[in-house]
Ligand binder design. Sequence first.
Ligand SMILES: [Zn+2]
Length: 404
Amino acid sequence: MLDTLATISAEPDQLTRLYLTPEHKRAADLVAEWMRRAGMSVRMDAVAGIHGVLSNGANSPRRLIVGSHIDTVIDAGRYDGALGIVAAILAVEEIRARAITLPFTLEVVAFGDEEGIRFPKTLIGSSTVAGATDESVLDLTDAAGETVRNALLRFGCDPAAVASEAYRRDDVVGYLEVHIEQGPLLESLDEPLGAVTAIAAQSRHRVRITGEAGHAGTVPMALRHDALAGAAEFIAMTEELAYKGERDQLVITTGEVSVKPGAVNVIPGEARLSLDVRAASDAARATAVETIRRRSRQIGSRRGLVIGIETVHEKPVAVCAPKLRAAISNAVGGLTGRKPPELMSGAGHDGLAMAHLTDIGMIFVRCRAGISHNPLEHVTKGDLGCSVEALVREIVEVAKQERT
Ligand SMILES: [Zn+2]
């Protein structure tokens, strides 16, 4: 199933499946077909999420949601997102095959947009179900100028129904997701599966450092206000800070730098940097950003530079619910004979949005060398099997909790 999904792409020689594209449609149709074959009734929501529902025969509206995302990055691997959808469908097959009765409806969701590549917004699918978005999302445009609204209409969705897709808190038991780890920890511990403690607090910033351009040969060192040299000191300062914040799982990254005027014989007058800050708690992240601001003022005044830091994106930590973590621990423990390692997710996931609505729980699956967002992404067949069995057992554990 994962290999088949991986062939549904905008490009013949790489996997690229962006939100509301023809390849998204083909993948959604295929997933819907798999859901039907697994015994679920299927509907598409207003933002192209595919929902497969396995009723327990009772009339209670209570439902346990299990899902992941169907979109990919550009030149992606075949497991990120797709694994969570395939594992959920196979878990439903197993639950039916074993005649397990559940005290709730089981709902599998393939969210349309998690990665946020086509439109300048991530998690459109899960935010809509969680009631954590508003209709302003419909006016966002892609690089070609097409709005989300138009793209939804062409996909066969009803953008006017976005607000009505929000689920009621009382109707939802929780949200579970199986996802590749996208990091090297499980592999280093020789463990197939892990229980996620939280999805990291995250913020993104734009940093602009203004100095003074000048001739590379004639301006003496003492009289320079070199924006790029200041940027180098700034980056080294944030790296040092992150090393010191290891206990808070603080990670800080500058992944983009641009320099003006950008010539071999000109002292840089301006540098623009990206800054990505993540930590295990909102407080640790906020403290780190405060420290960066304070120390950048010191760098600026010493070097005669103006350093401006603008926050463009902020997501609070989403803590996984203790009872769902316990369910995962029992489920995986019953499978491997060991308590699974607990780890933080440094990457964002649909659970970030779903945490606005309900308890979230996530199982991470070991992936080779921690590589993701890359065609080299790899999970062994054995670990894939483990993840499905763990999900079945986790659903059974949640059913036990629901009954008591
Ligand atoms: Zn993902």
